[in-house]
Design a protein around this ligand. Structure first.
Ligand code: HEM
Length: 210
């Protein structure tokens, strides 16, 4: 889906509690699709699947960085992905699949600076949220994929919950009108859809060498 520029920036306050509910409601079906369709979704993921997962996220983050305001915000995320991809390649003796720009449709960036800023919060919500799923995956895969330390999935480890709560506080403070919440939902849906689009271009689990 292209990001549309429909939301007006009316100065009507949004109830703080509604922000996360709105984002969840807009994206829960997409989360379910991501959960089912990623390289690590199979019953017994291999190191090759983990490598494919990291490469997919690297390409996704690179695409998200093209959005106004996102390049710097996601620089640490991209560096963490690249570091763990290198660790995988050392263990596997394999190299990364090439960046596939054809899979990443161009990003129409119409809209006011305020809309861009609110959409960027929606995109950040998806990236930050993915770290919660990373913790689930880490607990599931640490033993089967040892000795790889799965550093990217470990992320902030025990600090993940606190980091998420701090992010939600910032999100609620930034998305203080219904129009901003609406624009953030568009950004979050757009981010999930780009990930799903890229994952359709990646090899299915089982098609990769162990
Ligand atoms: C890279 C792919 C993924 C993305 C982009 C993603 C995105 C998100 C987002 C945005 C949230 C926040 C939802 C909220 O507001 O509560 C979230 C939460 C969560 N996700 Fe994912 N997720 C991904 C993968 C996964 C996977 C593979 C799993 C399971 C293995 C998973 C399990 C969870 C769990 C358990 C939560 C926490 C719910 C809570 O504590 O309220 N996610 N994810």
């Amino acid at each position: 889906m292209a990001l549309s520029a429909t939301a007006s920036d009316a100065a009507v306050p949004a109830p703080a509690v509604a922000v996360r509910d709105a984002l969840r409601q807009a994206t829960s079906h997409l989360h379910a699709a991501v959960d089912a369709g990623m390289p690590l979704s199979g019953p017994a993921p291999s190191l090759a699947d983990y490598h494919a997962h990291l490469c997919l996220l690297r390409d996704w983050v690179r695409l998200l960085q093209a959005l106004p305001g996102m390049a710097e915000r996601l620089a640490a995320e991209r560096a963490a992905l690249n570091a763990d991809i290198e660790a995988c390649e050392r263990l596997r003796g394999a190299t990364s699949p090439a960046w596939a720009p054809a899979a990443a449709a161009a990003v129409p960036l119409a809209g006011s600076p305020a809309q861009h800023a609110a959409r960027a919060w929606g995109v950040a919500y998806v990236v930050e949220g993915s770290r919660l799923g990373g913790q689930v995956l880490y607990r599931r895969l640490a033993a089967p994929l040892a000795p790889h330390p799965l550093r990217y999935l470990q992320g902030a480890g025990a600090q993940t919950g606190a980091r998420w709560r701090a992010f939600l506080d910032e999100l609620r403070a930034a998305l203080d009108t219904p129009a901003r919440v609406q624009a953030a939902c568009e950004g979050a849906v757009w981010a999930f859809e780009r990930l799903l689009q890229l994952s359709r271009h990646a090899a299915a689990p089982g098609e990769r060498a162990a």
